[in-house]
Write a protein that binds this ligand. Structure first.
Ligand SMILES: [Zn+2]
Length: 61
């Protein structure tokens, strides 16, 4: 099984053989979301998740 290196914590991240470029995997060590940007060798890039969910802490009141 191919492994990439987590850019966040330098841990080895296992990537399934059928994972395609552009898919997202999670680092088991720091639970960061990592996008597969290369397959030979496996390269991982941190996915910035801040845009997915707006912080709406103040909307409740
Ligand atoms: Zn990590």
């Amino acid at each position: 099984m191919p492994t990439g290196t987590c850019p966040e914590c330098d841990a080895d991240v296992h990537v399934d053989l059928d994972t395609d470029k552009g898919e997202t995997v999670s680092c088991e060590e720091c639970s960061a979301s990592l996008e597969v940007v290369g397959l030979d060798p496996v390269e991982l890039d941190i996915v910035d998740e801040e845009d997915l969910d707006d912080d709406e802490e103040d909307e409740e009141m």
